[in-house]
Design a protein around this ligand. Structure first.
Ligand code: PMP
Length: 364
């Protein structure tokens, strides 16, 4: 194989980046727009970088139709730091927050929030093995909650909400790590939407936080500045040196998404890709068993099991030999997980489905 040959990478993240984006980054790597310096070599305070930052921000704003009363921040520390910053800033003594838990990441978010204060579980699907997301009707929130937190797509279990959760006026905070930019959402329904970039937005090391102005105003005085949304927003994500390379890549990914027709077009393509895989699971006479209930199946992370773990291991090994990597499920749950984010090509899904059919025939 040529050393530059690319394979089908089903990794849950960091995940595939659109090839035209990688190519453009390569073209511009030594000299960004003819300035004689790489984006990795310029000061974050320079006008060159100001353009890069504005471009990335505008890209996210345009794609998600982010209203003017929201700030878009590019932070570090991953979504995991948001698990901590959200309660540090918004769960004050005497208050409580409510968490909707549909998988491992929501579980982690709530357990981190408990360090700060009264982080309650408003709803969980733990007892049924995190196989579904609740309908809006099944959810009840206290009007006095400081905020409601949920995970719009549970990356490990492959369980996705198909709607923007409404908490009846209580600020909604959404961990959208693994489905942001995969479809249009109503940002105006949220107080905060956050996501690590490494699945659908760009490389790891940059976290996009979309936060409504009135939430910023609520931040109490006296926080550590690096953990204070108000200070970070006031400094335009540059309280310290930001991830300049990561932010540059976010801008390029946004350009690519716009060229694809934006998020409505991505939604359609993504649903088509997912349907190919789920159909293969459903028409396998039970050889492949999907983890999530149909109504909650993730369009981004397709999770399924084979008859036993030996076969699952063989499945992954043989797939790797055929140029398909990253199919092993998360170490905590096992099974198979095919992550098919925006940049993952339909041809790769077709390749996997063909292999699944042959594998089932051979090992059924
Ligand atoms: N939330 C979700 C839904 C995730 O998928 C992940 C990462 N896989 C995280 C949070 C943690 O993100 P990070 O590694 O950027 O801290």
């Amino acid at each position: 194989m040529d050393i530059n040959t690319r394979i089908y990478n089903f990794s849950a993240g960091p995940a595939m980046i659109p090839e035209p984006v990688l190519e453009r980054a390569r073209e511009e790597l030594l000299s960004l727009g003819g300035i004689g310096m790489s984006v990795m070599e310029i000061s974050h305070r320079s006008s060159h970088f100001e353009r890069v930052l504005n471009h990335a921000e505008q890209g996210i704003r345009d794609l998600l139709d982010v209203p003017g009363n929201y700030r878009i921040l590019f932070l570090q520390g991953g979504a995991t730091l948001q698990f901590e910053m959200v309660p540090m800033n918004f769960l004050r003594p005497g208050q409580f927050a409510e968490y909707v838990i549909t998988g491992a990441w929501g579980t982690k978010a709530q357990s981190e929030a408990k360090r700060c204060g009264d982080a309650r579980v408003a709803f969980t699907t733990k007892d049924s093995g995190f196989t579904s997301a609740p309908t809006q009707d099944a959810l009840r929130f206290s009007p006095d909650a400081a905020f409601v937190h949920y995970t719009s797509n549970e990356t490990i279990e492959g369980v996705e909400f198909k709607y923007d959760l409404d908490a009846g006026g209580v600020p909604v905070v959404c961990d959208a790590c693994s489905n942001i930019l995969s479809k249009p959402i109503g940002v105006e329904k949220y107080a905060i939407v956050y996501a690590g970039a490494q699945k659908n937005i760009g490389p790891s090391g940059v976290t996009v936080v979309i936060i409504r102005d009135d939430m910023i105003e609520r931040v109490p005085e006296g926080q550590f500045p690096m953990l204070d949304y108000r200070v970070l927003a006031k400094n335009n994500s540059m309280l310290n040196t930001p991830n300049t390379w990561g932010i540059y890549m976010v801008g390029l990914v946004c350009d690519w998404l716009k060229e694809q027709g934006g998020l409505a077009a991505m939604k359609q393509t993504n649903e088509e890709k997912a349907a190919i895989l789920y159909n293969a699971i459903d028409s396998s006479d039970g050889y492949y068993r999907g983890h999530a209930e149909r109504a909650s199946r993730s369009v981004m992370n397709v999770t399924f099991r084979l008859p036993n773990e030996d076969l699952e291991k063989r499945f992954c090994d043989e797939a790797t030999l055929l140029g398909m990597d990253g199919l092993a499920g998360h170490r905590s749950v096992g099974g198979i997980r095919a992550s098919i984010y925006n940049a993952f090509p339909k041809a790769g899904v077709e390749h996997l489905v063909e292999f699944m059919s042959e594998f089932a025939q051979k090992n059924g």
